[in-house]
Write a protein of this length. Structure first.
Length: 322
């Protein structure tokens, strides 16, 4: 019994140590990024960026007022952007197509200060994140707009089944408390993920996951060692997937190339459960915000992986984070 208890304590200790290592790495990235975002928000940068983005909205078939919605998504997160959306949409009727296009724009391009900092630590430079996330968001949204407009699809007015009641802006102390709660939840999720990964490996199920994902990973040009973290980032979010990618790169489990290609894919399509549900709540069509986004992410990542002797291959795939 004593040996069993010692063994269990040793296993728990190793799991906690692994989770803390990933968590501390993420904290060093997330805390400065969150503070910078709040500072930019207080300085009115969201409104300024919204005004700068307004002319682009007409190219995507959207009212200029939607520029501030995407600006809120780029600087902060989807929740803030959705709150801004509900404040603006009352004065600006939209079609299902327009909400779907806007949703695709927000799903690919959001939380850049935080998720860009995480991606940089994992191996993707800032310029790569900006080109991939902002350029990818604009390209996907434009393709969807052209497709829906040409075939006359989703032109009916959107019907909002739910609209929040807005309260006064949160205080700095309220904001700080909310961030602390989020950071604490992140540790719980990371710990649960590491336990799950070790359990899957122990039960021999990890190998079957790798085999099942092998065709997709091969298409993306990613090695099978990145299968687990790609699934985690795809379903739960970029920060969790990238946090585990950083760990695996540091431990020598993943190559820089596999890590970078996985991050390119996750940058375009991650957190498909929570984020997709949030945008569906706005009245978007699932074909545009989920299936088209997934197809777009696969094609773009496959092209990046196979682009011969290009600058992106020399600079992005072999970039070494400082």
């Amino acid at each position: 019994m004593r040996i069993t208890i010692h063994y269990l304590l040793a296993v728990v200790g190793r799991v906690l140590q692994d989770a803390l290592r990933v968590y501390v790495t993420l904290l060093k990235i997330l805390i400065p990024a969150l503070l910078i975002v709040k500072g930019l928000e207080l300085l009115g940068m969201i409104e300024w960026l919204g005004a700068a983005l307004a002319p682009l909205m007409s190219t995507l078939g959207l009212p200029e007022q939607m520029g501030v919605v995407w600006a809120a998504a780029l600087f902060t997160n989807l929740y803030t952007a959705i709150a801004v959306f509900f404040q603006v949409v009352g004065e600006t009727p939209l079609s299902v197509e327009q909400v779907t296009v806007l949703g695709a724009l927000m799903l690919v391009g959001h939380s850049l200060p935080v998720e860009g900092a995480v991606a940089k630590r994992a191996g993707v430079p800032w310029w790569g994140t900006l080109v991939l996330r902002v350029g990818g968001a604009l390209l996907l949204a434009w393709l969807l707009h052209c497709f829906y407009s040409y075939f006359g699809l989703l032109q009916a007015p959107v019907e909002l089944v739910w609209q929040p009641s807005f309260s006064s802006a949160p205080t700095l102390s309220g904001w700080a408390l909310a961030q602390l709660e989020t950071l604490a939840l992140i540790f719980v999720i990371i710990l649960a993920l590491i336990v799950l990964l070790k359990l899957l490996k122990r039960l021999g199920l990890e190998r079957w996951i790798h085999l099942g994902l092998l065709p997709l990973l091969k298409l993306l040009g990613i090695g099978r060692s990145a299968a687990n973290v790609t699934v985690i980032g795809f379903t739960l979010g970029l920060s969790y997937g990238a946090g585990l990618l950083i760990r695996d790169v540091q431990n020598g489990v993943l190559s820089k190339r596999d890590s970078t290609l996985a991050l390119c894919f996750l940058g375009l399509c991650h957190s498909v459960i929570e984020d997709t549900l949030l945008i569906l709540m706005l009245g978007a069509d699932i074909t545009g915000i989920l299936w088209a986004r997934l197809l777009f992410a696969v094609i773009v990542t496959a092209v990046i992986a196979r682009w011969p002797k290009a600058a992106v291959k020399n600079k992005l795939l072999h970039h070494r984070p400082r």
